[in-house]
Ligand binder design. Structure first.
Ligand SMILES: Nc1ncnc2c1ncn2[C@@H]1O[C@H](COP(=O)(O)OP(=O)(O)OP(=O)(O)O)[C@@H](O)[C@H]1O
Length: 267
């Protein structure tokens, strides 16, 4: 089964001066097929570190990370990564950026063009294939980043605050795009965000972290994103009292460390 398993992972780093600091302690998470796992937590609790470990950019100090039963020991094409700041190549066009990963894999130009057109269509940018990326808005650049991550057909998308730099309106458009892509491609998604509303809207499994060292405080199953897939608008869902109740309970947890968040969510 296509599962990503983070098993009792601890990550420690040695600071300048030799002091050892444990950033993450005993983290266990599974991402099952078609799950969107969203991580929220205070600044510095290790969210990006966890994503970097799953991406294979860093190695855990103890514990292990398994993708389909195989140890993750470095970056791989089975994981597509999207950062807050796009990492598009400014001297290439939109189409060339999307094709880039396929070119590295030695795929023929004709085949690359067909595949990149498919994913540019999925993110709503078909007509921009020949544009220079520096001409695009922030939201459009992130759409290109999504297409570029998807084009090599990874099993899982890893997203680190992908919409943190966007205005509220564009952000909501991108959130619904993520849900539509999730529905169309059946990818697993691991997403880190500071935005509680975004987290509650997108997650099928919401993970609340606490800091010093970073640990999982709560895991909350949610299904607001599935309501959007079933045809309900983002505005309707986000203004629903059930949504507001969960959003406020999560906020209360972080502001007051309210242990009643699980009950509020379950009610
Ligand atoms: N390779 C590393 N070497 C040393 N320290 C590291 C390394 N990677 C992460 N850290 C430290 O781990 C801590 C957690 O950082 P991280 O960026 O994962 O937190 P975060 O929860 O994503 O924070 P934010 O929400 O502010 O982005 C920081 O103090 C950071 O300096």
């Amino acid at each position: 089964m296509s599962t990503l398993t983070v098993n009792q992972v601890t990550a420690s780093f040695t600071r300048a001066g030799g002091e050892q600091r444990t950033v993450l302690r005993d983290i266990s998470v599974t991402i099952l097929p078609q799950e969107i796992v969203v991580i929220v937590g205070p600044s510095g609790c290790g969210k990006t570190t966890l994503l970097n470990l799953v991406a294979g950019f860093e190695q855990p100090t103890s514990g292990d990370i398994l993708l389909n039963g195989k140890q993750v020991s470095g970056p791989g094409p089975d994981r597509g990564v999207i950062f807050q700041q796009h990492t598009l190549l400014p001297w290439l066009t939109v189409g060339e950026n999307v094709e880039f990963g396929l070119k590295l894999q030695g795929i023929s130009p004709a085949s690359r063009a067909v595949t990149s057109a498919e994913y540019l269509n999925l993110v709503g940018l078909s007509q921009y294939v020949d544009c220079q990326v520096w001409n695009l808005s922030g939201g459009m650049k992130q759409r290109v980043s999504l297409a570029r991550a998807l084009v090599t057909n990874p099993q899982i998308l890893l997203m680190d605050e992908p919409f943190g730099a966007l205005d509220a309106f564009t952000k909501e458009q991108m959130q619904t795009l993520v849900l539509n892509i999730w529905h169309a491609t059946h990818k697993q998604i691991l997403l880190v965000t500071h935005d509680i509303e975004e987290a509650v809207f997108l997650a099928t499994k919401l993970i609340l972290m606490k800091a010093n060292p970073g640990q999982i405080a709560q895991v909350i199953p949610l299904d607001f994103g599935k309501r959007h897939i079933s045809g309900e608008s983002a505005r309707s869902i986000k203004s629903d009292p059930d949504f507001i109740k969960v959003r406020e309970a999560v906020l209360a947890y972080f502001f007051e460390n309210d242990p009643g968040v699980s009950n509020a969510v379950a009610a």
